[in-house]
Design a protein around this ligand. Structure first.
Ligand code: F0G
Length: 365
């Protein structure tokens, strides 16, 4: 019955329409990473690589639904604030739909690949003198004044599409005994994805399709320099405190006021999950470990693996667990971070013997 549908729209029964503005999205790989699994020390470790979506991040799953809704509503200008990936997805899907797109970015804090995408897909790009949270305040004002249709994750239709990450994981992941994963570890910025996964699992349980005991523990990871969700979990609060100063190499999650926190915090608590903060060095180490096994991700994505490593070291995650880490964006999104984390090119003369001497460890002269 799903013939010809893309992976997100295969799940149209869980979505507001039968079809969307599609490129197509979803159907991302669930990689095995045996060396990392061994090193981290869990029973099963899989990487759901959302960077393999059409514009290179999980945002495409939400945008295919959100832009379809915008078409239905007949709006003429779509807008978002973004740390980069949402703007790339909005520009591509908005362009596909033939609609005008406007993106507000924190000046100087968006990775090169993402700006390039927004630019080429034809968005009007405004660089705001302020961080992401300020950009979101401004774009909400524009939406309130009727100047644009908001396509940040405050828009519930975005989250409907992102639920399909959870559906795909449950369909694809089975361990040797047919069990669902014990835990899903994901990077958290605005906490939209965490909220979407929680909604996915609640709906499955309500429909009798998933036993309450089989719901994976939602485990959020933030950068130490932008960790209001971790703070709220630690202090047992229902809402986050807004961090005015935020900084991290993982610019995608450089966010101090996660607007979906009221939906995501209960998801972390009620599934028995937790939240943890990781340093920029830990993020870069995890990015290298993933890359060594062929999985290229941007820094924010590597935070999931860095967080899992940390929770294993502290014993909060058990060695017997089956774990899925979400990697949310592709390595090429942030080429500068990737180049800095990797090895430097070595200049050699245009001469085979000199190259062989160089490889043998001698001076090239
Ligand atoms: N990972 C990546 C690569 C992201 O781009 C984002 C969010 C997240 C994780 C966090 O997801 O907000 O649902 O908790 N990026 C947004 C953007 C903010 O504008 O692209 P979340």
């Amino acid at each position: 019955q799903f013939e010809g549908r893309t992976s997100v729209w295969r799940y149209s029964a869980a979505l507001p329409f039968e079809e969307g503005v599609t490129l197509p999205e979803g159907g991302t790989p669930l990689h095995r990473v045996p060396r990392l699994e061994e090193e981290v020390g869990v029973r099963n470790l899989r990487i759901k690589h959302e960077g393999m979506n059409p514009t290179g991040s999980f945002k495409d799953r939400g945008m295919t639904v959100g832009v379809r809704v915008a078409q239905e509503l007949g709006v003429d200008r779509l807008a978002c604030a973004s740390t980069g990936n949402t703007s790339a997805a909005l520009a591509a899907y908005g362009g596909r739909a033939g609609l005008e797109t406007l993106v507000l970015l924190p000046a100087g804090k968006v990775a090169a690949g993402k700006i390039a995408q927004a630019a080429l897909h034809g968005a009007r790009i405004l660089e705001v003198d302020g961080n992401f949270d300020a950009c979101l305040d401004r774009v909400q004002d524009l939406a309130d004044r009727g100047e644009a249709y908001l396509l940040n994750s405050l828009n519930p239709f975005r989250l409907e599409g992102q639920k399909t990450i959870g559906l795909e994981i449950l369909e694809e992941f089975r361990d040797d005994e047919g069990r669902f994963p014990d835990r899903i570890v994901l990077p958290v910025g605005n906490a939209g994805n965490t909220a979407a996964l929680y909604k996915c699992f609640r709906e499955l349980v309500a429909g009798g399709d998933l036993a309450p005991g089989d719901v994976p523990k939602l485990t959020g990871v933030q950068a130490e320099g932008a960790a209001p969700m971790v703070e709220a979990i630690r202090e047992g609060r229902e809402e986050t405190r807004r961090w005015e100063e935020v900084e991290t190499i993982a610019t995608a999650i450089r966010i101090g006021n996660p607007v979906n926190a009221p939906k995501a915090l209960p998801g972390i608590r009620e599934t028995g999950g937790t939240a943890v903060a990781v340093s920029d060095d830990e993020i870069t180490d995890a990015q290298r470990s993933l890359a060594a096994e062929g999985v290229g991700v941007e820094p924010a994505s590597a935070a999931s693996v860095a967080g899992l490593r940390k929770l294993r070291e502290s014993g909060e995650v058990d060695a017997g667990e089956d774990v899925v880490c979400l990697t949310t964006g592709h390595l090429l999104k942030d080429p500068d971070a990737a180049a800095a984390a990797g090895s430097d090119p070595q200049p050699v003369p245009n001469d085979t013997d000199a190259i062989l001497r160089h490889l043998a460890g001698q001076s090239v002269g």
